[in-house]
Write a protein of this length. Structure first.
Lengths: 654, 120
């Protein structure tokens, strides 16, 4: 068999299997809610296809796992077994296991793990059979690979047998080029060091194709005197942190591959979008041909026609821009679809009754935004169920419907996409928040704090009001991370809450990351773009509004609070800029939950900026998120507000 | 070289089968389910049909039964390529008129050998 063919269809198989798993999951959920028997057939078919493909495409572990699930389904299908909650539950977990296996398959990691083995056992047990032996690890990963990661940790006494680890590594070098990293973490203090003991370990990357047996042969003799793992190396470049634990390398490897594959992943585009593009290009060509006629002869009498042509050209360019952007846009449904399962599992675990409503699933988001908005949303949904919605008896006591409603909504507003997570729960607990904030030293007292300011407290780093950290929301990730994730996407998150009536988290995101709306500001000879989404207001200061604090720099009074002044000309070292605060302008911006005033000479105008990566064309610059080309051909840097705020925070701390 | 109809609802499996057969010089038409396969079979003549059993819309065995009622397909070999390995399912296939039963995972070499054998 040609491996090219296999690899080519392996990818297709993984994609179609993931779709199959989605189908299985949604059908299982529907079945759980009393759906009809046809669903069982749908689920069976999906499992069946995965099983058949898994065996063909070199994933015997997956085939064996799916076989168990399929056998159970077969009994249900054949009427030997009634569909019951525990069965649905187990099958849902089987779906999760398979997803995990596909993830690991993509990363080139061993497919089975403790969870999948456990679930496999449960499947067999449910059918009243002994646990079958796990399928042998895939030969695919075994026999031959392009590169290998070998983790070699000799036992303390290995040297006593006369085996020098260096000799073994040298022998390994005979197979091809090596990258060797020593793990010194187990090294004892010098005083306690015994030179006859071995405390070192190595992670060796063999950068050449080799057979597993050839590598294993090198360590043959010391096999029982060391911890050894030989794994084919995933194709992505992995740079493990210094002296990492083996598990973290595997994770890093998985992450690396996943990221790499995400970046090179493809977009499925509807044929109508492509047709639209072709149509537009056609019109563009016609307009260009019309304008071309002016090249041969220009007669002032045809001026109106020229103007008309130019107007048309501008319109086509704009439409083309929108259409091309549209190619990267995908419906948010793919993110929303994760939630029925999550909400079901969570509410069951907590004994709460929750009805999930999804709206605006067809709203389209930029693919990159879509990939990154899932995690913050999961966090908000967890929070809403965990902290927001009350237990049924509590709701009854408050004369509310026992079943709480959790609503996810997505819609367009202006040039932005708005994603809302709302619940009709208890709303924010002002007292608990204020108490916690005082405890944490975030504020002195809650007196005189507006509802808005109290709500803002939960976005502070490390803030958590849960008395006991549950395993649901309390995962060491707070709302501050949600805000940071959203702000990394150029968006904002705000909360509105009414006691007893519920909370609404509103995430506002830019339509695309490729183009931003910004204000162009002049600083000396330079132009800077400030993203419109982070601008609160622009103000001209009176001298008395400015205060200089020892060690704190310059502050100015803005709506009752003092905000720091960041002088862009100082930060970026611009020559010829205005220095007196009263001559220039302050742009009040918000990033990472804090507000600062950016001091600039003045505003030039508002424009859409096509973001060019500074990183890929030059290098990463602190406080700058990218660059753009202005209408006159000059280059302007785009200011990274969140980055500037963080920079300022660090400078103050230092 | 023969004209072969490959029927499977899984794009990867269908692709793999078609790829293997094309590699051996055969002309392959692909269909996603039994119904589409019947449509393709009406429009073209095939020397061999390779079909999955479990498929949406129309399963493989129903497709075989339907094909066997058509004069043009009375003697055409139809191989089932499936993960189903139950004896009663195979018997059902035999009764429907299938020529052979290959169990997935399939080995391309073996597939080609079987194809060669049934094509005579």
């Amino acid at each position: 068999m040609s491996t090219g063919g296999l690899a080519q269809f392996q990818q297709v198989f993984i994609e179609e299997s993931l779709e199959g798993l989605d189908t299985m999951e949604s059908s299982l959920l529907a079945l759980d809610e009393g759906g009809d028997g046809e669903l069982v057939h749908t689920i069976f078919r999906a499992a069946h296809s995965i099983k058949g493909g898994a065996a063909t495409f070199g994933f015997p572990e997956m085939a064996s796992f799916t076989h168990e699930a399929e056998s159970l389904l077969d009994e249900v299908r054949g009427g030997k077994r009634a569909i019951a909650k525990p069965i649905v539950e187990l099958l849902l977990r089987s779906v999760d296991c398979l997803r995990g296996m596909f993830d690991r398959a993509r990363a080139g990691l061993p497919l089975n793990d403790a969870t999948s083995e456990g679930v496999r056992g449960e499947l067999a047990a449910m059918m009243g059979r002994a646990v079958p032996a796990a399928a042998a690890p895939a030969r695919r990963a075994g026999d031959q690979a392009q590169a290998w990661i070998i983790r070699f940790h000799p036992h303390v006494g290995m040297l006593a047998g006369g085996n020098d680890p260096l000799r073994l590594i040298r022998e390994l070098a005979g197979l091809g080029e090596l990258a060797v990293e020593a793990d010194l973490s187990r090294l004892p203090a010098l005083a306690k060091l015994d030179s006859s003991e071995c405390h070192l370990g190595w992670t060796i990357e063999l950068k050449a194709p080799a057979r597993r047996e050839a590598i294993a042969a090198v360590f043959d003799w010391v096999e029982d005197e060391c911890d050894l793992s030989i794994e084919s190396r995933p194709s992505a470049v992995v740079t493990p942190a210094a002296a990492p634990a083996p598990a973290s390398i595997a994770e890093a490897a998985a992450r690396g591959t996943r990221e790499a594959s995400a970046e090179s992943s493809s977009v499925r585009v509807g044929i109508d979008k492509i047709d639209g593009l072709i149509n537009l290009v056609g019109e563009l060509v016609i307009t260009q041909a019309m304008l071309d006629t002016f090249r041969e002869e220009f007669d002032p009498s045809r001026l109106a026609l020229l103007q008309h042509g130019l107007t048309q050209l501008a319109r086509h360019a704009r439409e083309l821009q929108e259409s091309v952007m549209g190619i990267r846009m995908l419906p948010i449904a793919s993110v929303f679809n994760r939630f029925p399962r999550l909400v079901r599992d969570l509410s069951q675990k907590l004994g709460k009754q929750v009805k999930l409503e999804l709206h605006g699933e067809q709203t389209e988001l930029d693919k990159t935004v879509l990939e990154k908005i899932g995690d913050p949303m999961v966090h908000l949904v967890r929070n809403a169920i965990d902290h927001g919605l009350e237990l049924p008896d509590k709701r009854r006591a408050a004369s509310k419907n026992e079943t709480g409603t959790l609503k996810l909504d997505a819609y367009h507003r202006g040039g932005n996409i708005v994603v809302e997570v709302s619940d009709d729960g208890a709303g924010l607990n002002r007292e608990a928040i204020v108490r916690k904030a005082v405890e944490r030293g975030l504020i002195a007292s809650g007196e005189g704090l507006s509802e808005e300011a109290v709500a803002e407290l939960i976005f502070q780093p490390g803030f958590s009001t849960a008395a006991v950290t549950t395993d649901l929301s309390g995962r060491g990730v707070g709302m501050d991370v949600v805000r940071r994730n959203v702000s990394d996407l150029g968006g904002t998150v705000v909360i509105r809450s009414k006691p007893g009536q519920g909370s609404v988290f509103t995430i506002t995101l830019p339509l695309t990351l490729a183009i931003i709306d910004g204000l162009t500001a002049a600083v000396g000879e330079e132009r800077y773009i400030v993203p419109l989404v982070s601008i609160v207001e622009t103000v001209q200061l009176k001298p008395e509004a400015l205060k200089t604090v020892v060690g704190g720099g310059e502050l100015f009074r803005f709506r009752g609070e003092y905000l720091p002044v960041l002088r862009l000309h100082e930060l970026f070292g611009c020559a010829g800029a205005k220095r007196s605060i009263v001559e220039g302008l302050l742009i009040v911006v918000e990033g990472d939950g804090s507000r600062v005033g950016l001091f600039v000479d003045g505003l030039v105008g508002q424009q859409q900026a096509v973001v060019k990566s500074l990183e890929s064309n030059y290098r990463r610059v602190q406080g700058v998120s990218g660059a753009t080309i202005l209408a006159d051909g000059a280059v302007a840097l785009i200011v990274d507000i969140a980055g500037l705020v963080r920079m300022h925070g660090r400078r103050k701390a230092a | 070289m023969a004209k072969i109809l490959a029927v499977d609802d899984s794009a990867s499996m269908r692709g793999m089968v078609a790829y293997t057969l094309r590699g051996a010089g055969h002309e392959v038409t692909e269909a996603e389910n039994g119904q589409l396969a019947l449509d393709a079979a009406s429009a073209n003549g095939f020397d061999l049909v390779l079909a999955d059993v479990n498929m949406p819309v129309m399963d493989g065995l129903s497709m075989v039964r339907e094909l066997r009622t058509r004069a043009a397909y009375k003697g055409v070999p139809i191989l089932m390529l499936t993960t189903e390995s139950h004896t009663d399912k195979k018997m059902e296939g035999k009764a429907a008129g299938a020529t052979g039963w290959l169990v997935k995972p399939f080995d391309p070499e073996q597939l080609l050998a079987t194809v060669k054998r049934v094509l005579g």
